[in-house]
Design a protein around this ligand. Sequence first.
Ligand SMILES: NC(=O)c1ccc[n+]([C@@H]2O[C@H](COP(=O)([O-])OP(=O)(O)OC[C@H]3O[C@@H](n4cnc5c(N)ncnc54)[C@H](OP(=O)(O)O)[C@@H]3O)[C@@H](O)[C@H]2O)c1
Length: 363
Amino acid sequence: MRERVTADPFAFDPFSSPCCRVALLGFGTVGSAVARRLTTLDSDRAPAIRLTHVLDRRAEEKRRHTPLAGVAWTTEIADVLQSDADVVVEAIGGVDPAVEWIRAALAAGKSVVTANKQAIARHGAPLLALAARQGRQLRFEAAVGGAIPIVRAIGDGLAGDRITRIDAILNATTNAVLSLVEETGCSIDCAVRAAQALGYAEADPSADLDGDDARAKLAILCALAFGLRVDPSQIPAQSTASIDGADIARARARGAAIRQIAHADFDRATSTLTAWVAPIEVPRESIFGRATGPQNAAIVAGEHSGETGIFGVGAGGDATAVAILSDIAAIARDKAAVVPAPVLDSAFHIPHSSFQIPVAEAV
Ligand SMILES: NC(=O)c1ccc[n+]([C@@H]2O[C@H](COP(=O)([O-])OP(=O)(O)OC[C@H]3O[C@@H](n4cnc5c(N)ncnc54)[C@H](OP(=O)(O)O)[C@@H]3O)[C@@H](O)[C@H]2O)c1
C-alpha cells in the first residue's frame, strides 16, 4: 500500500490523477488573476491542473500584453467547446452571453466554475439540473463573498443543520465606501471616487450601493440555506447612496457603525421568508462593525449549531481567484462526481407583508 501525505491541495499524484485541463472565459480582473495562479502552480511536479485556453473579446491584445506559455487564445466560444478542456471557468460577468456559454459548456460535457452571481441567482436551477444530467459539476463559490467560503459553508459545512437566519455584508465595494466615509469624514461621492481609484468600485457603482449586487448574492444564499428560489428583484433594498457623514457620526457616537447588511430569515412554520438589503447600524465591535475596506462577513444561524461566523476579503482579483481555484481543485479531485445540487426547484414568492427594513429607525 502506498500512502501520500501532502499539504498542497494542487499536488495530485500524477500516477493516479489525470491532468485537469482548464479553459478560461474572460481575461479581466478575476480571469487574469486565475490565469496567473494556474500558470504558476507547482512546476516541479507533473502539473495536475493546467490552463489550456483563454477566451476574451480582446484576445490578441491581451495575449501580446500577457503571454502565457502553452495557452491557446481565442475570441470564439466554439474553440473552447470543441477543445479537450475538462473545466470551463466563466469570468466574463453579466447574463448574456455568460449564461448561454455556461449552458453550452455543460452540454459539451465540461464542468463549469463561475464567479457570476447574476447568472446563478437568475438561472442557477436549470443550469444545476443540466450539470446533474450531464454528470458534470457547476460550482460557484466565487459568486458570493469573494474569498470567504460561504457557499460551501452553507451548502456543505452546515448541511446537517436547519438554517434559520443569515445576516451578511456581501458587497465589498459598498463596505469600502462606507469605511472611507467613516475614516475620512468625506461624502459618499468622494469615497466612491477614492474607491474607484483603489480598484474597489466600478465606473458605475449603483448596482453595489443600491443593493442589486447584494440582492443577487442573498438570493443564492436563500436557495442554499432554505431551499427557496427567490427572484432577486423581489428582495427589497434601500440604497446606501443617501448615507452621509452626519449619519455615520451619529452612529459612531452611539458606539455603532453603518454597514450594508443583507438579511434573510425563514419561518418554516408559516413558510414566510423575510429578506432585505439595507444600510443599518451595527455595533462597532461586532463582526460587521469590524469589517472594513473590501471585507465581507456573515453570521449564519442554525437550529442546532447556533451562530457561525465567516469573515474575510470579499472582492479583488487575487481573493476571488482563491475561490475559483478551490472549485477547480474540488472538480479535479473527483471529476466523475456530480455536485449535490442545492434545492432550487420551487419558485417562492416573498409575501409583501414579510418585508422588514429597519433602516429608517436605525440610521
Ligand atoms: N472583480 C471582483 O472583485 C469580483 C469578485 C467576485 C466576483 N466577481 C465576478 O467575476 C466576474 C468577472 O468580473 P471582473 O471584475 O473580472 O470583470 P472584468 O474585469 O470586466 O472582466 C471581464 C472580462 O471578460 C471580457 N468579456 C466581457 N464580455 C465578453 C464577451 N461577450 N466576450 C468575450 N469577452 C468578454 C472583458 O473584456 P474587456 O476587457 O474588453 O471588457 C474582460 O476581459 C463577474 O461575474 C463578477 O461579478 C468579480
